[in-house]
Design a protein. Sequence first.
Length: 307
Amino acid sequence: MNEIKIDKRILNEILDENTLKNEIAELVNELIDEELLKDEPDCDLIDECIDILDNLVNDDYSNVIPFINKTYKGRFSKKVWSILVACAIILAASIGTVAVGYTVEKIREELEAKTATTTTTTTTTTTTTTQTTVAITPQKLLLTFDSTFKNEYTVGEKFKPDGIILNIEMSDGSVRVLSADEYEIITDKNFGKEEKYETVTIKYEDLTETFKVRVLRDEDTKVLNSVYASFPDDFDFRTDDINNIDLAGMEVYAVYSDKSEEKLSESDYTVETEILPDGKTAMITVKHKSVYAQFGIRERVQGEANE
């Protein structure tokens, strides 16, 4: 193993200690930045780099030579050679002499081949920390109501949003109250026209929440109760062609809660025909809005008397 000692010639070719620290720090920080740009950074290497930076702060150069030799093996630049020699000399100043192997010997040979004048550049080192920003997104709607909320309506009334309290829970755990202009209230276009439970939907961005209110019939409210079909006296509920029943002369009436009736035009109702499994009976369904009436017509059997 060779030994290297401080002499005036080498001292003139190396960096002063403060500049050396900056050069090493710049080199190590460049290495960290290169590693962070990779899809799969080497975390162990980054940890080693951080240890080297800590050593510099404490004026400890004992691990610098092995680290740079291992990390930059086969691709040494003039800057790297200078740093390795400078580290060896700083160590020599503190312990007398430094025993070095093949690496330092190659550094000395490289320096001897260079010109006697070395240009020293002072560089300010900046350490860049990459931070990942996590977006805060809406997670859940929290729906409550106060005493002014109306959950029962009579037929004909429109929905009232008074008393709705809507909170939004965010991905970071925070909760805030939404103002009425921040969310949408969705009801059926026929809300309040019939006696039933209506579903109301609250929508904020991609989140929804639903609740129900009840629509009741006021005693004085006129609502549709039923529908029925009326036929001429000579209408026959038996037919020679079960697939093509003639319903000419049929009249359809709507019956309301106040006992009144209304004759409907053909455009007010629909007629559906279903042939039953026996193949000889047709079930006729007359529909008007939410109510319907049904009756059956049988196929006439040859020789069967009319009823």
